[in-house]
Design a protein around this ligand. Structure first.
Ligand SMILES: Nc1ncnc2c1ncn2[C@@H]1O[C@H](COP(=O)(O)OP(=O)(O)OP(=O)(O)O)[C@@H](O)[C@H]1O
Ligand SMILES: [Mg+2]
Length: 256
């Protein structure tokens, strides 16, 4: 059975979809069988970030309504990478999605994968509850802004009240120049507020915007600091010990 991991945030636009695509790609390149479920009904993004926007024929709504099989809806083994994507419907109201049937579908496909990541909508609302129903682990994404950190902190409290038994924090879009000048919260400032373990920190890099636009996750670029950060997070997810704090001494580079 797959480990089912929800990618969550309090605030929107903090990098959930970018993180899902990059961690999934990194784990697939390590030989893991990875399925990404885009949980943003009506606002799908992962297909674009993975360069698959012209390949979607069916989505999970079609599967649970028996219009196609799950094999037909899942885009498998993207570019021979071992990574797969299950898209959401674009023109369906969330209230029309049968939660029980979606849960049964996730149970049915789980044995085929090592990891299933669910790119959830921001906040802990109806959409999150629907999409994350089978997840027991969560990665919460925050950016180093007070509003994002506060929202993430509140989100962690809500997740702890749900059934999540492991919750980890990823801090995204860090600008070291601003941290050094005191204009941006540091990693230490943030982990003092959000009481879950840090699993990675990712720098801000405009290359991400380009990579997302061309559909090639930056993690495939071995020279990219962002790519290195996501590879390290993927390794930590598999249980490899990649120290975060020890890396800090390497001029902060390694923390990423
Ligand atoms: N580390 C980063 N450096 C620079 N830009 C980034 C970084 N991470 C994400 N972005 C950019 O931030 C924007 C939001 O990213 P993304 O779509 O992944 O966020 P999201 O949390 O999934 O958003 P939503 O809540 O709308 O689903 C995108 O334009 C993306 O390219
Ligand atoms: Mg998103």
């Amino acid at each position: 059975m797959a480990q089912i991991i929800a990618i969550a945030s309090g605030k929107g636009g903090v990098g959930k979809s970018t993180t899902t695509a990059n961690i999934g790609t990194a784990l697939a390149s390590m030989g893991k069988r990875v399925l990404l479920i885009d949980g943003d009904i009506g606002l799908r993004n992962l297909d674009v970030i993975l360069g698959l926007q012209n390949e979607i024929v069916y989505d999970f709504y079609d599967v649970i309504n028996e219009k196609c099989t799950f094999e037909q809806a899942i885009i498998s083994d993207i570019n021979g990478s071992g990574l797969s994507l299950l898209p959401p419907p674009q023109n369906v109201d969330i209230s029309k999605v049968d939660s029980k049937k979606l849960g049964e579908l996730i149970d049915k496909i789980s044995p085929y994968y090592d990891y299933i990541f669910i790119d959830c909508p921001a906040g802990i609302h109806e959409g999150f509850m629907l999409m994350s129903q089978k997840a027991t682990k969560a990665l919460i994404i925050a950016t180093p802004e007070i509003i994002s950190v506060r929202d993430a902190d509140m989100t962690v409290s809500k997740l702890e009240d749900l059934k999540f038994n492991e919750i980890y924090l990823i801090i995204n879009k860090i600008r070291l120049d601003m941290v050094k000048s005191g204009e941006m919260l540091s990693v230490d400032d943030i982990i003092n507020v959000i009481a879950v373990p840090l699993i990675g920190a990712v720098p801000e890099d405009k290359e991400i915007v380009r990579a997302n636009n061309v559909g090639t996750p930056l993690v495939l670029n071995k020279k990219s600091r962002v790519g290195m950060a996501y590879t390290n997070i993927a390794k930590r997810i598999t249980g490899q010990k990649v120290p975060i704090l020890a890396d800090k001494r390497k001029k902060f580079l390694g923390i990423f």
